[in-house]
Design a protein around this ligand. Sequence first.
Ligand code: SF4
Ligand code: SF4
Length: 251
Amino acid sequence: MKILDRLFLGNIKDPYYAKRRNNLIIIGHSCFPDDKCFCHSTGTDMVEDGFDLFFTSLNGYYLIWVGTDEGLDLAIAAEELLEEDITDEVIQEYVIWQQIRSQRFRSDVPYFKYLADIMSLNYDSEVWDQFGNKCLSCGTCSMVCPTCNCFNVDDKIMMSAEEGIRERMLDSCMLPYYSLVAGGHDFRPKRTDRIKLYYTHKLQEYIGKWGQPSCVGCGRCVEYCPVEINALTVAEALYGEVGQTKEVLDL
Ligand code: SF4
Ligand code: SF4
């Protein structure tokens, strides 16, 4: 959500997004990684802000972090349910919980912090064509990705021709018609180009602008792409080329 906020509440504010966002209370809940998740590599396994309340589930109780004044109001409203004293046992349980959680990660991208450079160096790599030849252009990766935000605006005109509805809906830059514009020109007709745009935007350009990827390492594309094109396989394939170079250089 913090990533989407930068996009929709930045220099040009989206009034519809802003209105809903202002009316929202965010309550987070801790989680343990599954075998697809690599959020510790993208630096998104912990948040220090962006929530009103955050619940860490410990041994039969919650440790609750208060992030905003609204969160504090909620906590005060439910004070009969809460204990204010944080004992040494609670602190120890929390530290152990953190240790166990960090050991549970099974997917890892240790070179993630160099990925923007790796992608830049591999801009013309054949890897992109290999992925492009496999991609089904189904758009599933966009539909499951929590940070994808491409949209289309559709005008529906009523039979009377006096009224209409303008709707905005989620779209995907991976779909063939996304880049088709008036006059029939398609500025990104190849699957290779669409995949390159998708991952360059998430893993390179966003880092250049905001210092972190727009991929949060949730692993949903890992779970759902039917042909195993995802943030992990793309990163591995591009890093593989650098790895071969490393061998040639005997480093
Ligand atoms: S892991 Fe995949 S689905 Fe999740 S944020 Fe990154 S690109 Fe999107
Ligand atoms: S990368 Fe995978 S999920 Fe995304 S459009 Fe291609 S086949 Fe579908």
